[in-house]
Design a protein around this ligand. Structure first.
Ligand code: GDP
Length: 182
């Protein structure tokens, strides 16, 4: 039988050690939290989500590995529908990296829109490790000021699972692609 569904390609970007892997693991429904750091290679995961009667397929790409390959990263950016830019609230440099990634995405997509029909992609700024409140150096007013109104910002902890479900739902629902029939 034919169902209405939505298909989104989510690209996860951010500095090393900010918790991208931990977040993707939570997204995939893993219960355990890994304290030990393990550098990841690029990884592609798929998950079906059902939200208010709609079916969403989210393909999540952890693009960490492309950090040192600007040309590949540009290609990844061009194929992404939604971007999850992760930083750690205990690491100001990781926030700067998110700000420049955001700019890179907006510039790349603006170029594309001159040739193909396209619009600004949804960008979600993910402030992770909020459980480490006492060593926090990046605070909400600074985040809001830097990203202005065209990106959404979630305060999460992959360790505590704080606010993660809300963010995952936003990933599905904010995706700008028109419904597909499959
Ligand atoms: P990645 O390099 O961005 O994929 O980062 P990882 O997911 O591998 O996490 C790097 C380190 O930060 C690991 O030691 C994790 O256990 C830790 N970590 C990830 N998320 C959180 C969090 O929300 N709170 C705390 N306290 N630690 C976290």
């Amino acid at each position: 039988s034919v169902k209405t569904s939505h298909h989104r390609r989510v690209v996860v970007l951010g500095a090393p050690r900010v918790g991208k892997t931990a977040i993707v693991r939570r997204f995939l429904g893993e219960q355990g939290f890994q304290e030990e750091y393990e550098p990841t290679s690029e990884d592609f995961h798929s998950k079906l989500y059902h939200i208010r009667g709609e079916r969403y397929q989210l393909d999540i790409l952890d693009a960490s590995k492309e950090r040192d390959f600007p040309a590949r990263r540009r290609l990844t950016i061009l194929t992404g529908d939604i971007f999850l830019l992760v930083f750690s609230v205990t690491d100001s440099e990781s926030f700067s990296e998110v700000c420049s990634l955001r700019q890179e995405i907006l510039t790349a997509k603006a170029k594309l829109s001159k040739t193909k029909e396209n619009r600004q992609p949804p960008i979600i700024i993910c402030a992770n490790k909020t459980d480490l409140a006492s060593s926090r150096t990046v605070h909400p007013p600074q985040i809001r000021q830097s990203i202005r109104d065209d990106s959404v910002h979630f305060e999460v902890s992959a360790k505590d699972c704080a606010n993660l479900e809300a963010m995952f739902e936003a990933l599905a629902v904010l995706g700008g692609l028109p419904s597909e029939t499959r």
